[in-house]
Design a binder for this molecule. Sequence first.
Ligand SMILES: O=C(O)CCC(=O)C(=O)O
Ligand SMILES: [Fe+2]
Length: 291
Amino acid sequence: MTPIVTLPNTFWDQPCSAADQENALRALEQGDVLFFPQLRFLVAEEESRFLSPTIAAKSKNVSLDCSRGILKGSSADKTEQRLLQRMMQRFATSTVALLHNLLPHYTAGLVQGRTSFRPVEIARRAASWRKDDTRLHVDSFPSSPVQGKRILRVFSNVNPQGQSRSWRLGEPFENVARRYLPALPRPVWGSSQLLKLTGITKSRRSAYDHFMLQLHDRMKANMDYQSTAAQTAFDFPAGSTWMVFTDQASHAAMAGQHAFEQTFYLPVACMQNQSLSPLRVLERLANRALI
Ligand SMILES: O=C(O)CCC(=O)C(=O)O
Ligand SMILES: [Fe+2]
């Protein structure tokens, strides 16, 4: 069964029915993707020049830290940067409105992370195996430990030529964890303090972060797993939006150009059913606390 749940929203600050809210919450926490085929993010006429790979300097995307107003990874000049930032800010604000209406249960705990604009074609992007998002993986960021918090991401495909963004979706988190966890080395004593002191991580890398990074790496490094693991392909059309807990749902982005992405962090305690979180699944399988 394709782990995709379709929702009817047509605009970003649209009030949602109680049935849609309930349905969305349950599906998300199970690791499904919420798909909004009719929820388009509009790029204005004067912003359409940003739909070019040259706007991302050397990296694969431009990122915006909304809370501090810091734009990174763009090759645009000062004036252009202001416009680019305004467009990305608008995407960020739109996703906040969507979450507040669709997932009121999360409102109190949600923390807004980076906004990213992705104007580079995925299929032609060279990357080391570890950074290669065309391989199935769960998200875990080496320098930004989450200490158990959930990673919830909202994506919008704004491709002006009508090109879809093609993903693969893999097996449920519990299967991934059962497959890899038994062979994973434990964190080396003192390493989390060292990583923090040397500035390699922005905060303490917990045992949970250690195991999630290992899962991310082992999945990507295993080409046999990449081809044989249970998976389904799904194309997100231009003009559509989707949302998923990317720390839980195994995913790979195979092709597509011009998308926005907004990251949110959610404390596990704010979930309706904590036991479905990667943190609680790993703790159950490891039979110990990981925070
Ligand atoms: O850009 C995409 O479509 C998703 C890539 C991905 O796996 C990620 O950003 O974690
Ligand atoms: Fe990812």
